[in-house]
Design a protein around this ligand. Structure first.
Ligand SMILES: Nc1ncnc2c1ncn2[C@@H]1O[C@H](COP(=O)(O)OP(=O)(O)OP(=O)(O)O)[C@@H](O)[C@H]1O
Ligand SMILES: [Mg+2]
Length: 280
């Protein structure tokens, strides 16, 4: 659905006006009904402040993806409240949820979910097609800026199958950044990557969190990846078993205000999308 400027402003207000970005209150999600009902979430409550970097962990089937889908306004709880930026979004219509999602949430998935016949820069620009109308030149410029942030402007015209797994995931992260979201949700973003590529992705998340103040929640099965966050939410059987602040294992070795992923062909970001530049 295309966004009008007016609905975009409203949707952005949803997440800009509260101390906690996320407030989840006694959330339940039941799939199906009767004897086939699956209670995926059974009364989950937590808050996430602006600028937090949070890992969600737990055994298979514990409700992590169900939780992420609700946080991402892709799904609604059966009962309970989900407040995003102070506003109860659990009862919004599908169109209203789509507005909030497009305006302020970036998604990263385990399988990258890139369109195979579209180039890297076209993939990054896809979310811009659902926002206020932009010229194709402006879409291209913003997309290239975000590819530059993840160090891949020099791969802009490559198709996904011409990129490594780690590069594909960085394209997917650039796509998540293109609407300049407040919240990035990543469901097992390193699930298909080896250790080195996984650490590159986590370093990128840590930098986006530190330099842009982005709130990031990621699901992982790997303790080493969860250790790269500042807080771990442990799910089990649909409940939040433990909410644990941790000392973050920092992979972000760049002390300056630039991204360590170097991009030899990266353009200097200009006004429009607030991407942080790479090291020239
Ligand atoms: N669309 C659906 N219909 C019915 N049951 C579902 C649906 N989606 C998920 N479930 C069930 O809800 C429970 C939680 O699933 P969910 O996908 O949230 O788990 P998860 O923690 O993400 O697991 P994994 O680590 O394997 O990805 C599981 O028992 C699952 O079978
Ligand atoms: Mg899952």
């Amino acid at each position: 659905m295309a966004l009008s400027e007016e609905s975009l402003v409203d949707a952005r207000d949803v997440v800009d006006s509260a101390d906690s970005l996320i407030e989840v209150i006694d959330l339940h999600r039941v799939y199906g009904s009767g004897i086939l009902a699956v209670h995926a979430l059974r009364g989950v409550s937590f808050h996430v402040g602006h600028g937090e970097l949070v890992a969600i962990v737990g055994p298979s089937g514990s409700g992590k993806t169900t939780m992420m889908n609700i946080l991402g306004c892709l799904d609604r709880p059966t009962t309970g409240q989900y407040r995003l930026g102070g506003r109860d979004v659990s009862t919004l219509s599908a169109d209203e949820l789509a507005d909030v999602r497009n305006a302020r949430i970036g998604f990263v998935f385990q399988g990258f979910n890139l369109l195979p016949r579209n180039s890297a820069v076209q993939n990054v620009g896809l979310p811009l097609r659902y926002g206020p109308p932009l010229s194709s030149a402006e879409r291209h410029r913003r997309s290239l800026e975000c590819l530059s942030v993840v160090g891949l402007a020099h791969r802009a015209s490559h198709l996904p199958n011409q990129l490594s797994g780690g590069e594909q995931q960085r394209v997917a992260i650039a796509r998540a950044l293109v609407n300049n979201p407040s919240l990035i949700l990543a469901d097992e973003p390193t699930g298909n990557l080896d250790t080195r590529r996984s650490e590159e992705i986590l370093a990128l998340f840590q930098r986006l969190n530190r330099l842009k103040g982005m709130t990031i929640a990621l699901v992982t099965h790997e303790p080493d990846i969860a250790a790269c966050c500042r807080r771990v939410l442990h799910f089990r059987d649909g409940v939040l078993e433990r909410d644990e602040p941790i000392v973050m294992r920092s992979l972000d070795t760049n002390d300056g205000d630039a991204f360590a992923v170097r991009d030899p062909a990266g353009p200097t970001p200009s006004r429009g999308v607030e991407c942080v530049p790479c090291v020239p």
